[in-house]
Design a protein around this ligand. Structure first.
Ligand code: FAD
Length: 354
């Protein structure tokens, strides 16, 4: 296949690969190439915590402070549909999807937030019933000494398997993927690689999420690093399912008999505004203390595995899907909700370009 390619996509995360998959399916004769700077997707998709969530009652309650009911409800529906698209496209069995339910934990410090969220539950249940047919998806309860609001329709999946399945599907569709290919610049009709090689193309999609400012300095997507660790096996682990705490800043779930725990970006928001995959020890120590004191008191465990990843936050909670000029497009800014929104964003981007 020769140049120019019909479509060059920068970034092989869930957004870029989904855009490639749907574009190629729509235009089987088109030549589509995805470029990534890593030897494997270097961004958030392969490094996330695997939560397949679409909105906790606390988050929706906070959103209602600044947004209308219609806006908040529409976003909730979009996330739910995004997850349905992902599950049906990749197959739940290939990504270890488990609808274990999601719990939002409330500490003593956020009693008011719990009361406000509780007051909205009937409305949230009506919204969810309208687009799923499922009644009473949100329920109040208790879990291991915490007040919780439970959403039985949430779950988790295996991010590595998601990535592998998506790569497989895109390749089977005829998408070419080039690893270790950092892009330095995107121009109309050309993508310039780090070694100054210019690749001609008809259209380019930038799907670099948290790294987008490097290619589009004026863009409003800010990098935000996230940290996660997985413990050694814990005897009789009592946390089974997906859990959120402190307005979603802290999240944890079981991985077999281990606990995966991450987040706490609010401990050092400025320090985490970074493109570098380095561990912030202030955050790591906060999470260790939280686990020791609140989640696993008396348990014997150590950190078995840890990593960071870079997210991209735009000016609003909805990602950006935008035409930059008549040959360059942008799809990025998924924040902490890429599992629910990434494939749908890629699909929308492919339609925008087509
Ligand atoms: C620690 C952590 C935990 C998370 N947990 C969850 C979760 O549980 N649930 C959830 O829904 N979301 C979670 N997220 C967010 C989610 O992972 C992201 O929103 C989503 O993966 C973004 O996908 P993307 O394809 O847009 O970007 P990415 O997956 O970041 O992909 C961008 C790609 O662009 C490549 N790239 C960047 N610059 C260049 C360049 N110049 N040249 C070539 N290639 C380039 C990168 O190498 C990367 O592979 C988490 C994120 C992190 C970091």
């Amino acid at each position: 296949m020769s140049f120019p390619r019909d479509l060059l996509i920068v970034g092989s995360g869930i957004t870029g690969l989904s855009a490639a998959l749907f574009y190629k399916r729509r235009n089987p004769d088109a030549s589509v190439m995805v470029l990534d700077r890593g030897f494997w997707p270097h961004g958030a998709t392969a490094r996330n915590a695997g939560f397949a969530c679409f909105g906790s009652a606390g988050e929706l309650t906070d959103d209602l402070i600044n947004e209308s009911e219609t806006e908040v409800k529409n976003r909730l529906e979009k996330r739910f549909n995004g997850l349905e698209l992902l599950k049906s496209e990749l197959g739940t069995e290939h990504i270890d999807y488990n609808m274990c339910g999601g719990y939002e934990l409330f500490g003593d410090f956020d009693e008011n937030h719990f009361q406000d969220s509780f007051a909205n539950l009937a409305m949230f249940n009506e919204w969810v019933q309208a687009f799923t047919g499922e009644s009473e998806s949100y329920k109040v309860g208790k879990k291991n000494g915490f007040k919780v609001i439970y959403n039985r329709l949430e779950g988790y999946l295996h991010s590595g398997k998601l990535m592998r399945r998506l790569l497989e599907k895109a390749s089977n569709e005829g998408v070419e993927i080039r690893w270790n290919t950092p892009v330095k610049e995107v121009r109309k009709g050309h993508v310039i690689l780090e070694d100054d090689l210019a690749l001609p193309c008809t259209n380019t999609l930038i799907a670099t999420n948290g790294f987008t400012k490097n290619l589009l300095p004026g863009c409003e997507i800010e990098p935000a690093r996230g940290y996660v660790f997985v413990t050694s096996p814990i005897e009789s682990l009592k946390w089974r399912g997906c859990f959120h705490y402190n307005k979603g800043y802290v999240y944890f779930r079981d991985v077999g008999d281990r606990l995966l725990l991450g987040g706490a970006r609010d401990v050092d928001i400025e320090g985490e505004r970074s493109f570098e995959n380095e561990i912030n020890h202030k955050i790591k120590n906060w999470l260790i203390d939280f686990a020791r004191e609140k989640l696993l008191p008396g348990s014997d465990w150590e950190i078995h595995n840890e990593w960071t990843g870079i997210m991209g936050f735009g000016p609003s909670k909805s990602p950006i899907c935008q035409k930059i000029n008549d040959q360059v497009y942008l799809a990025a800014g998924l924040g902490g909700m890429g599992v629910a929104l990434g494939m749908e964003l890629g699909q929308s981007a492919s339609e925008m370009i087509a």
